[in-house]
Design a protein around this ligand. Structure first.
Ligand code: CA
Length: 256
């Protein structure tokens, strides 16, 4: 899952970056409305954490811009403004949740997870594919009930492949959802992590395999399963039906 954090307080944003990355999220950080708009135009996000008091403009302006595009990504607002009228105005502007500063980091993480769960009612918290189980609330993979020790990146790759099991997952989908903007787009990071993931699944005796579709991407397959490779770019259906509602042409593609 890829998040956009808009927060001008550098020590807070760096602390959150550290915690959220460890919790398995890919994260881009913006310190102003302008920076947030730039990230928003070039990337796709599963959720946004938005501070209101930003140096150039009020964060509400960014929130209104997102909602004007009819993008469904949930937005959690961080603010020191706590009265009922302020909260009502934010919800009217399209915020999905609200957290008053100062807050406990654990509460922020729990609220982000809850928003993502609600936004992704399409997909259950635990995925069972042959003898592989993915417990998404604990970021834990098991094969025949034995834990498979994955890095955060390997987990993120496997989760996306599992949600799309039997379907093509393109490189751009993997980069959009498993990497942040610091990825240089040139190195073979996806292949390196995918190769390690494959090895770990094989060593654990998983009945699933990750098949490479040359020049396109990867498919998680189970024995006897027929893979579905759609003619159109599967990211388009993924975008509109599962992650964000993105009318064609509204936003650019992710880093590649
Ligand atoms: Ca601020």
């Amino acid at each position: 899952m890829r998040l956009l954090l808009v927060e001008d307080d550098v020590s807070l944003s760096e602390g959150l970056r550290f915690g959220l990355t460890r919790a398995g999220f890919s994260l881009d950080v913006a310190h102003s409305c302008e920076e947030a708009e730039h990230h928003w135009q070039v990337n796709r996000y599963d959720a946004v954490v938005l501070d209101l008091g930003l140096p150039d403009r009020d964060g509400t302006e960014f929130l209104r811009m997102i909602r004007a595009q009819e993008v469904a990504a949930p937005v959690l607002v961080l603010s020191a403004r706590g009265n009922a009228e302020d909260r009502a105005a934010l919800i009217d502007a399209g915020a999905d949740d609200y957290l008053l500063k100062p807050f406990a980091v654990e509460e922020l993480f729990a609220r982000i997870r809850a928003l993502l769960r609600r936004a992704s009612a399409w997909s259950p918290p635990t995925l069972h594919i042959a003898n592989l189980i993915l417990d998404r609330s604990r970021l834990e993979a098991r094969v025949d009930e034995e834990p498979v020790h994955l890095t955060i990146k390997e987990w993120a790759l496997l989760e996306l492949l599992a949600v799309q099991c039997g379907r093509l997952v393109t490189r751009s989908m993997l980069l959009d959802h498993c990497w942040d903007g610091s990825y240089d787009g040139v190195s073979n990071l996806v292949d390196v992590h995918m190769s390690r993931l494959r090895k770990k699944l094989e060593q654990a005796g998983a009945q699933v395999t990750v098949r490479t579709v040359r020049g396109a991407g990867f498919i998680l397959e189970t024995p006897g399963q027929t893979a579905v490779i759609e003619d159109q770019d599967p990211t388009s259906s993924l975008r509109s039906s599962r992650f964000n509602i993105l009318p064609a042409g509204l936003r650019g593609s992710g880093p590649s």
